[in-house]
Ligand binder design. Structure first.
Ligand SMILES: [Zn+2]
Length: 234
């Protein structure tokens, strides 16, 4: 057994999460449904293995049908699955067709009745505004709730794109089984992306980035947003 053994990683993760939960209960801390990124991440928590099993089932289906890599995800709200996703890069030829993004799109289509989109501040949809909690450093007083209060179960560690999608969607908890090292071991390499992200723009190793290109021109779009009186923060 090694640190790269998925079952070992999973059991270690669950044991660690349980310890965290007990610690937080002992401290009588309460979680919040506000987003990570504003300093209010929910504490780690003992997850439900059946959702990891469903994420894995989706991943295996994708492999067996030739749709994509061995990656699956489910989004859970109040103990129910509201979104499923699986990697479909091979059936679409689209490099960003990842399980987590697909699950977020699936959950969004379920929670956003089309007839309600475009109504006053998205009442009844994920665009409905929720106020920032007391003590949040967020400069915006309220934001769209998106998937606040939801959890995502993934059979593998999210790539940076999917982790960003999770932040954008305001999902509060992430559970994953296989580590980035496990993923590298079967020939998928997203660990380098996490390393590249730490470097300044001009020093990125895998892509040439030119920051501040025509900045004044580009900032006109930001002025348009700032000038819009009824803008909807999200
Ligand atoms: Zn991804």
């Amino acid at each position: 057994m090694t640190d790269h053994d998925p079952e070992f990683s999973r059991r270690t993760m669950v044991a660690g999460a349980t310890a965290w939960l007990l610690y937080n209960v002992a401290e009588q801390r309460t979680s919040t449904v506000w987003a990570a990124g504003q300093g209010h991440a929910a504490p780690p928590h003992a997850g439900n293995p059946k959702f990891a099993e469903e994420a894995t089932r989706l991943a295996i289906e994708s492999v067996e049908k030739g749709w994509g890599g061995p990656f699956g995800a489910v989004i859970v709200k109040d103990g129910e699955i509201i979104g499923r996703g699986q990697n479909r890069v091979l059936i679409t030829g689209c490099p960003v067709y990842h399980a987590e993004v697909t699950a977020i799109i699936d959950a969004s289509s379920k929670l956003n009745p089309k007839a309600l989109l475009g109504s006053d501040y998205g009442a009844g949809t994920m665009l409905e505004m929720i106020p920032r909690p007391d003590g949040s450093p967020d400069r915006v007083p309220a934001r769209a709730k998106m998937l606040a209060g939801c959890e995502i179960y993934i059979n593998a560690a999210p790539c940076p794109m999917c982790m960003s999608a999770i932040y954008w969607s305001r999902i509060n908890r992430v559970y994953f089984g296989a580590s980035l090292e496990d993923t590298s071991a079967i020939g998928f390499d997203d660990a380098f992306q996490y390393e590249d992200f730490r470097l300044p723009w001009e020093q990125r190793k895998n892509v040439s980035v030119t920051p501040n290109f025509e900045r004044e021109t580009c900032l006109k779009a930001y002025q348009s947003w700032t000038n819009k009186q009824d803008r909807h923060p999200y």
